[in-house]
Write a protein that binds this ligand. Structure first.
Ligand code: PSU
Ligand code: MN
Length: 307
């Protein structure tokens, strides 16, 4: 995909010509597939505001009326927070050719769009990964391969605890993706800061991430993951979380099958079982990731020549 096949929003276009920082965002999290209303509306405003207060321009990614967009300033909130068709990277071409009215990006689609638009930093809540039953179902999120293929930094609160986090980290290693722990040396478990899965790579500043990314890309490297634990005040106790996860996996039948419906179904079951606590945690971690992503984008932009 060439840059011309992505339509830039006005703010994103202005920021890019001025050499200012831009942070790409996925839109599945803000749709009915990611968070229930009114939480989705709050998440959308808090995450975009966090990017702005971090000195960067938010670039929401989606397909709108058959066009791949990077920057949805002109698209109304109802559309972004409404029902959506979930798009992985492989669905982008079909969404354009079939002129979908609205397609929400998952991580794999968002990093693809970001790379095509020349945006180097991307923030999400949590990436997809290797599902616990992958040995049976073969369900490994397309997020991992897409992250590996594009020179974009993905800032994420690890991956959801209902995945196999050890195999997710192993798979990222196989694909050659550096996974940098943000002030931590363990892969975070989304709603909970620690998973017990060691990373062996810790970073403590946005400038350090920017230096690593520049060196990685000069050598032809692809994507980088910055793994950012949920702030303590919103973290959920691991034993409590594990109980909800077991029940959510059973209730949704997720142990027996894979596919794109699994992640939204399990997230929704977790929200019900936890009486909304997982949703609250999701909001806090998504906003925190946006703050970290903005700081990294500002560092990268400061080292780039302006056009
Ligand atoms: N994490 C969330 N909410 C979400 C997702 C992740 O808290 O909605 C979405 C992201 O868009 C991610 C996708 O890219 O789920 C992964 O889906 P799958 O496991 O089907 O690849
Ligand atoms: Mn899947």
């Amino acid at each position: 995909m060439t840059a011309r096949s992505v339509v830039l929003g006005p703010d994103v276009s202005r920021a890019q010509s001025a050499g200012h920082a831009v942070v790409a965002l996925e839109t599945t999290i803000f749709s009915e597939l990611g968070l229930p209303r009114p939480h989705s509306v709050r998440a959308l405003s808090e995450v975009t505001a966090a990017v702005v207060s971090g000195g960067s321009t938010p670039a929401l990614t989606a397909v709108v009326d058959g066009e791949v967009r990077c920057g949805l300033e002109a698209v109304d909130q109802d559309r972004i927070c409404g029902p959506a068709t979930k798009m992985a990277a492989r669905d982008l071409g079909r969404a354009v050719a079939q002129r979908w009215a609205y397609g929400a990006t998952t991580v794999s689609a968002a990093v693809t769009v970001a790379a095509a638009a020349g945006v180097e930093v991307f923030a999400t809540g949590g990436i997809g990964g290797v599902h616990r039953n992958a040995a049976v179902t073969g369900d490994i999120s397309a997020d991992l391969g897409a992250i590996a293929s594009h020179p974009v930094i993905t800032v994420t609160a690890g991956a959801k605890v209902f995945l196999d986090l050890e195999r997710t980290v192993e798979h990222l290693e196989t694909l050659g993706v550096p996974v940098l722990g943000w002030h931590c040396d363990e892969f975070p478990a989304f709603h909970s800061p620690s998973s017990g899965v060691a990373l062996g790579a810790t970073v403590t500043s946005a400038a350090e991430v920017a230096r690593i990314a520049d060196a990685h890309w000069q050598l032809g490297g692809g994507g980088i993951v910055v793994a950012c634990p949920i702030p303590d005040h919103a973290a959920i106790d691991r034993a409590v979380l594990d109980g909800w996860v077991e029940r959510a996996l059973t209730l949704t039948g997720a142990s027996d099958h894979g596919g794109p419906d699994v992640t939204p179904a399990v997230l929704s079951a977790l929200a019900d079982l936890s009486d909304g606590r997982t949703v609250e945690a999701n909001l806090v971690l998504a906003e925190n990731n946006a703050v970290v992503a903005a700081a990294i984008a500002v560092e990268l932009a400061s080292g780039r020549p302006t056009s």
